[in-house]
Ligand binder design. Sequence first.
Ligand code: NAD
Length: 475
Amino acid sequence: MDKPQTDTNTNFKLLIGGKLVAGDATMPVINPATGAEFAHAPRASKAQLDEAVAAAKRAFPGWAATSVEDRRAVLRAIADRVEAASDELAPLLVRENGMPLANARIEVIVFAGKLRACARKEIQSRVIEVAPGWQAEQVIRPLGVVAAITAWNVPLILLGSKLGPALMVGNTVVAKPAPTTPLTALRIGELVADLLPPGVLNIITDANDLGGALTSHPDVRLVSFTGSTATGKKVVVSGAGTMKRAIMELGGNDPAIVLEDVDVPEVARILFDSAFMNSGQACIATKRVYAHRAIHEALCAELGKLARAARSGDGFEEGVAFGPLQNKAQFERVQALLEGAKKSATIVAQGEIPEGPGYFVPPTILKDLPEDSPVVTEEQFGPVLPVLVFDDVEDAIARANATTYGLAGSVFSGNPARARAIAARIEAGTVTVNKTIAFHENLPFGGAKESGLGVDGGQHAFAAYGQLHIVDGGR
Ligand code: NAD
């Protein structure tokens, strides 16, 4: 696909109460591959946020009263409409996010897939045989207005994963995408506005200034949040006054433990694909590797080969596998981590990046770092992978667990039973054996420790987006 020519589009609109409206202000949107402004997005005011929540509240009783079949049909119609607009949405996503066009196309497909997966499922209710002659009925009822707040790394996947269960259960939604990737969500709002009753889905965009108002709003019943742990903590505090439900999908510092009996090139490929997916900007990316001393050098060498061969560039260029970091703040943060690490680490290998003003960081493999190096202890969220050594597996497990994060992790061994026994001891929501994490509609997903609250995926998502309701008929 050719790079689109229209680079000054100011025509994006908020969706509030079924109407497409201009923001009370506008804000620039930057293409991270060039560092240049390419569009303007509406910037909602606090008054517009209040209108969006009020519209969602008004729409709630009607939407909650629709049949599950009707809601399935709406979710499928949204999925079809969005997928049909892939030729427009995918390039727009490349421009606002930086990811390669092939990845952007997958994002559109995954967005639609998330909605269809919810539409296929039953929202389980059951009769509980409490005791002989005593039955109670258990159902999941909608909560009300859901605030869906998302990060910039995979904007459409995150939006789809919230809209699917929220709408299917019968809630209404105020979605707020990240300020640096507002456009694809707004365009989706425009595309699907006529498929939903007014107010059931509202989309507002901000300059990182409305999150507090949305998450403390008394008429919001659930905050479904994906973002950093630091912001997540503020969200929980903000909702405490009205005891809001919260689904928090937060940061990670996912360890991989590689034992001495692995096929090194094969494991290197799996780890590289995980650590560098989306240029390292993935919550579930492998963020640090603990390799047994017997294979550490060989693993570094294989990872180094892959890093050197990595092709970074503008997501519209043919053959580019790695885009820039999504925004200037993240670019500067990862650069600072890399500069800091260079003082004590050895650079095994770095890929090449284009010259020029884009937010590119070369895919980098590091070794010989101290354990307290910030690139090991913090979530780097960028294409820089530390590969550390261990001699004793007990020590590797202790170091893997020595973090406040607990999103995911992985263990690699030629002996899967041995790997599973180690996996059972990693403090994370999901630990994989001889592979890294993959999402599936039937697989629950949630973070341990400070990586999250609540569980998403499958029936867990419906439970999380609803209120458990018991009608006890008595005995
Ligand atoms: P962020 O926390 O800075 O922002 C996330 C969202 O929160 C944005 O929409 C932002 O505008 C909004 N926000 C900012 N201040 C707010 C406030 N006070 N109240 C409410 N909302 C507020 O995160 P980010 O930098 O956009 O995203 C990167 C982070 O997201 C990483 O830590 C990554 O691991 C995490 N992430 C987690 C998952 C997961 O499923 N666990 C998935 C993707 C990304």
